[in-house]
Ligand binder design. Structure first.
Ligand code: AHR
Length: 529
């Protein structure tokens, strides 16, 4: 048995260096920059769920784990490196159970409440508004706060925003904020009005939610950004209000909310419509293991993730009929793979491992968002730490960076870059009746003025030779990083944290083209010079 295993590894390594198929021609049009890829499509989501906040971010100022004002230093350093544009918080489903007042003021006076949905466990409220704002400040990110529609009132929502954003000179709520340590208003550029209001957020029909939205959004005011316009009105775009949107393919929900967005008569807007879609399973509940699987499960999981393209296309088409100017953003503020819970973990903690397959899944999903960058201007992977498809796993004082983390790191140059046209024949990879594109490529002109190309080889067994041609730019070099793995289900764990890490890659120039070989099941990002 041992001999057979070694042979299989040796065979995979040999295959990884030589491709039997003809090279695939990829052409990048470097002088035709198009739509901007909003950096917010690389957003994160951190909910009070399992160990996502407590242990994952918050250890408290008295912890032996190195921290700054209670927030883990190792996690902050890691997140800074991937330039997290925004963090959605406090939920998720938890947002519609969240009462902000319980988590402000001296921490030793805060009440303990029950996190009913996520395991009926004690919520200490040690991580509240101020701790969240400190955290996003430490990692250099922006706030995306989710308001409570399900169990909250318009007044509670309005008061929270006044507390966070008003001037202490004119607001006693703001004076309370100042007394709690933050005289300057917090910045709240994004605000969600409820979460999954069709389900855990209140089991509403879209018609009922649309009416609720109008009321709540009318009172969801940002006091800091409300600059007066020349006509005397206040700028409604000072803060983007994001409505609860469809569950997966509920196109009726999208239609009703877009109709509502047209009916605006007073000071409320729908600036974003949220879409939630989880992959990794063919039927609910999820039954795939995150950490031990073969090629069948690999192919089915990647296939499930590619459904994102159909969803974004069809929801966007409905939005186009009501909003051809594309004012309203499609905000995919929950996406990622959802597998069986990690063995031995509390199933309500949604804790799971993260493998090279998830890096490929993240690459193909982010590529879909960039192809729809005119409408998808924000997305938040679920979730940032220790929950579902996370960037980081923690255990006591240990921290592991996942393949998904490294994929996000490779994609940093695509933040706020402009899409470049790219043509290629993707070919196919098929297994167990599942047919997938073999290759997935995007290109963009970065904010740095450089030309960046991402190439994902979806085939988990065969390497892929690429002949890259660049039009509109004399490119003689392509250098970058590739993320590949020794086995189809390789992952990083606490005992082996460095199994998967980006490694340098360089293309060879020949005959006016750049040639490189993509390893099986890999994602590669190169910069062209
Ligand atoms: O991300 C986990 C949960 O999935 C979120 O709380 C909820 O919005 C969704 O159903």
């Amino acid at each position: 048995m041992r001999f057979a295993w070694i042979s299989a590894v040796a065979m995979m390594a040999a295959l990884a260096t030589t491709s039997q198929a003809a090279p695939v021609a990829v052409t990048v049009q470097a002088d035709k920059p198009g739509v901007r890829i909003d950096r917010h499509i690389f957003g994160q989501f951190a909910e009070h769920l399992g160990t996502g906040i407590y242990d994952g971010i918050w250890v408290g100022p008295d912890s032996k784990i190195p921290n700054t004002r209670g927030i883990r230093n190792d996690v902050v350093t890691a997140l800074k490196a991937i330039h997290v544009p925004d963090v959605r918080w406090p939920g998720g489903c938890y947002a519609d159970d969240y009462h902000w007042r319980k988590a402000i003021g001296p921490r030793d006076k805060r009440p303990t409440t029950v996190n009913y949905l996520w395991g009926r466990v004690a919520e200490s409220n040690q991580f509240g508004t101020h701790e969240y704002m400190d955290f996003i400040d430490q990692i250099g990110s922006e706030a995306y706060v989710s308001g409570n529609v399900g169990t909250g009132t318009p007044q509670e929502m309005s008061d929270w925003l006044e507390y966070m954003t008003a001037d202490p000179k004119i607001s006693s709520l703001a004076q309370e904020r100042a007394a709690n340590g933050h005289p300057a208003p917090f910045k709240v550029p994004f605000f969600g009005v409820g979460n999954e209001s069709w389900g855990c957020g209140g089991s509403m029909t879209p018609e009922h939610y649309a009416d609720m939205y109008r009321t709540y959004a009318t009172f969801a005011r940002n006091y800091d950004n409300a600059q007066q316009l020349p006509n005397g009105d206040y700028d409604p775009n000072g803060m983007k209000r994001i409505s609860s949107g469809p569950n997966v393919d509920d196109y009726h929900w999208t239609k009703v909310m877009m109709q509502a967005s047209k009916a605006q008569i007073f000071s409320w807007t729908i600036d974003g419509l949220s879409l939630h879609f989880y992959s990794g399973f063919d039927n609910w509940p999820p039954s795939n293991s995150a950490e031990t699987f073969g090629e069948d499960a690999y192919a089915h999981v990647i296939h499930s993730a590619l459904k994102m393209d159909e969803l974004v296309t069809r929801h966007s088409a409905i939005m186009d009929t009501y909003d051809p100017q594309k004012r309203v953003m499609l905000v995919v503020d929950e996406w990622g793979a959802w597998y069986l819970p990690a063995p031995g973990s509390n199933p309500r903690f949604l804790q799971q491992q993260n493998s090279q397959r998830d890096a490929v899944l993240a690459a193909v999903t982010l590529n879909i968002f960039t192809r729809h960058a005119d409408r998808v201007r924000m997305a938040n992977i679920a979730q940032m730490i220790n929950v579902l498809q996370s960037m980081i796993l923690t255990q006591g004082d240990k921290m592991v960076l996942t393949p998904t983390y490294y994929l996000f790191k490779l994609y940093v140059p695509f933040q706020d870059a402009e899409v470049l046209p790219v043509t290629y024949d993707a070919g196919t990879y098929s297994h167990d009746g599942v047919i997938l594109p073999r290759l997935d490529v995007i290109a963009a002109r970065g904010k740095d003025g450089k030309t960046w190309v991402s190439l994902t080889n979806i085939d988990p067994k065969q390497p892929l030779d690429i002949d890259l041609s660049v039009l509109g730019l004399k490119a003689t070099h392509a250098t970058g990083q590739t993320l590949a793995a020794p086995k189809i289900d390789s992952l990083n764990d606490f005992a082996h944290p460095d199994v998967i890490k980006p490694s340098p890659v360089e293309a060879k120039a020949a005959g006016g083209k750049l040639m490189l070989t993509l390893k099986p099941e890999s994602a590669t990002v190169v910069e062209l010079d």
